[in-house]
Design a binder for this molecule. Structure first.
Ligand code: UTP
Length: 329
């Protein structure tokens, strides 16, 4: 966590060198209620909250496309129409920008719909992440597939998903992404019991527990929002009864697969952001804004001054640092 990586121009990854994959389909669950981010998420899906100038879920779809997945199924719900609109054409906007000759903004408007074949299905009721994945059964069919949580961002310069797809190609079964967290955070995640494989960043997952207490946690490796799943997970999910919080938990189904010895974990130590959490959302926006070639230099200069003001005790109401851009421009 926290290592340095080179800045990028606009945040948009380069897809010209996509690898051809045996796994082709990605499922993006985005039907949750987003209660941690109320009231912003009362009428706006949390996956549509802007991270600099793109909604969070666009980064997720870009990540899938960059890993060679050209078919993306969004699992949405009521009040999630904005997601469907964002990945569709916007005729009036495109016409207006064409008339103005504004090709840069025209591309920005068209890009989301061009990333992959985008499909949508509705989860009638938010009965849990496991249930959201089960909603994808008919679309996915009898093939392995990736799952990327719609509010969980992996930094655009990381290659975690490609690494997971490589591991799946070599070991079959399912692959989860794991991150080591401080002991005080294990109760927030699904936690894995692991055995080494001889490969530094790959472990065999022998068990999973959803949100354990520190005493019950089998390790500090927690499951983050990237999975490559074997289609057998659907039968397991059909049998999975509602667990913690009355929801059908993906972790419970994965626990059954792990007991059968078919789950591996890729240990990730790069940059990951949970945009469904307010504090992490703020960190994400600041970090990605600082890294942008077009915004970064001016924003970083302001940020330095702001932090200096905080340290000097001036960032209170009426203090210089708190007054924002007008004072420093
Ligand atoms: P979260 O655990 O973040 O739940 O879901 P949530 O309900 O959306 O958010 P909070 O905790 O109330 O703030 C992780 C991912 O699974 C999706 C969410 O949209 C998010 O991408 N999800 C969750 C579903 O698609 N359906 C569900 O029933 C639950």
């Amino acid at each position: 966590m926290g290592r340095m990586i080179a800045p990028h121009a606009s945040g948009a990854p380069d897809h010209t060198d996509r690898p051809a994959r045996t796994v082709r389909k990605a499922v993006v669950p985005a039907a949750g209620l987003g209660t941690r981010f109320l009231p912003a998420t009362k009428a706006t899906p949390k996956e549509m909250l802007p991270v600099v100038d793109k909604p969070a879920i666009q980064y997720v779809v870009e990540e899938a496309a960059a890993a060679g997945l050209d078919d993306v199924l969004m699992v949405t719900g009521r009040h999630k129409r904005a997601i469907e609109d964002h990945f569709d054409n916007a005729f009036e906007l495109e016409q207006a920008l064409t008339a103005k000759g504004d090709s840069v903004r025209l591309d920005a408007v068209r890009d989301p719909a061009r990333l992959a074949g985008i499909h949508h299905i509705r989860q009638g009721e938010p009965l849990g992440l496991g249930h959201a994945v089960l909603c994808a059964r008919r679309h996915v069919g009898d093939q392995p597939f990736a799952v990327l949580l719609g509010d969980d961002l992996i930094d655009p310069r990381e290659t975690l998903l490609s690494r997971m797809l490589d591991v799946r190609d070599r070991h079959a079964g399912s692959v989860v992404a794991l991150m080591e967290v401080p002991p005080g955070q294990v109760h927030l995640y699904g936690c894995a019991a692991v055995e080494p494989t001889g490969e530094k960043d790959v472990v065999r997952v022998t068990g999973l527990v959803e949100k354990p207490s520190l005493q019950d946690a089998p390790s500090r490796y927690t499951v983050i929002g990237r999975y490559v799943l074997e289609p057998a997970v659907f039968d397991t999910l059909e049998r999975t009864r509602p667990g913690r919080g009355g929801e059908i938990q993906l972790t419970d189904a994965l626990q059954e697969l792990a007991a059968g010895g078919t789950v591996h974990g890729v240990v990730f130590d790069g940059l990951r952001y949970d945009t469904g959490d307010k504090a992490d959302y703020l960190r994400t926006v600041v970090r990605l804004a600082c890294d942008r070639d077009d915004l970064g230099p001016e924003f970083v200069a302001w940020l330095r001054e702001f932090v200096a003001g905080l340290e000097g005790g001036m960032a209170t109401k009426g203090g210089t640092a708190a007054k924002g851009r007008r004072l420093t421009a």
